[in-house]
Design a protein around this ligand. Structure first.
Ligand SMILES: [Mg+2]
Length: 224
């Protein structure tokens, strides 16, 4: 019998682009102090993201405005990761979490990414209201990022439950389900309409159940 549901955070409980936009605003405010129009900076950051992804975005924006230095790249990265984001939990997520909690299920979140950044996201989204365990894996070092089994084992211990009593819901096929499958959890992959960029076909990486929206969890649960 299922007694707990654990969730991934980014692009599972809320759209990660909301955080990215919030981070870009923090970065643009700093660029303003260096004489750059912040609205223009934000627009350029969004354009660079769309064109080239996140890898060297802060190098590129500083170069574009003639402000590049290695230290400044670090400053922008620091601001992006450590700023207090403005985020809102989507209504659809809120409804699902309310429903699950109302059924007496224990809830939790397991999330990768810089620890301070993930903690700030959890706080900004107000997830403490629903979650019994909140595990930013980075607190234990990158070796414990998903798909490590460690955060799942830790969640089971903290919840005092065993694998078959717990579901894990995530969106990323390359890392969300492997560790959870190995620990014996039932795994659910949230498929985004645009499709996952990374393709991973090895069977141990696959979720037991794909869903197209979080709300589908509510109809899936009674069948498990
Ligand atoms: Mg995710």
């Amino acid at each position: 019998m299922i007694k707990a549901v654990l969730f991934d955070l980014d692009d599972t409980l809320y759209p990660e682009m909301d955080f990215v936009a919030s981070g870009f605003r923090a970065v643009a405010q700093h660029l303003k102090s260096l004489g750059v129009d912040p609205a223009q900076a934000e627009a350029r950051l969004q354009a660079l993201l769309a064109a080239r992804g996140r890898g060297r975005i802060f190098n590129d924006i500083l170069e574009e405005f003639g402000l590049y230095s290695e230290e400044r790249v670090k400053t922008l990265l620091f601001l992006y990761r450590s700023h207090r984001p403005t985020l809102r939990l989507p209504e659809a997520t809120r409804a699902v979490l309310d429903n699950l909690k109302g059924q007496g299920l224990k809830l939790g979140v397991i999330t990768d990414g810089a620890a301070v950044m993930q903690k700030n996201k959890i706080e900004a989204l107000g997830l403490e209201a629903w979650m019994k365990v909140m595990i930013p894996t980075d607190i234990l070092g990158t070796s414990c990022w998903k798909p490590s089994m460690v955060p799942y084992q830790m969640a089971l211990e903290l919840l005092e439950l065993s694998g078959p009593e717990v579901i894990y819901v995530g969106d990323n096929v390359t890392k969300d389900c492997l560790g959870a499958n190995r620990v014996g959890l039932t795994t659910v992959q949230l498929l985004h309409l645009e499709g996952s960029a990374a393709q991973e076909r090895r069977p141990e990486y696959q979720a037991h159940h794909p869903i197209k929206s979080l709300a589908e969890l509510l109809t899936l649960l009674p069948t498990l």
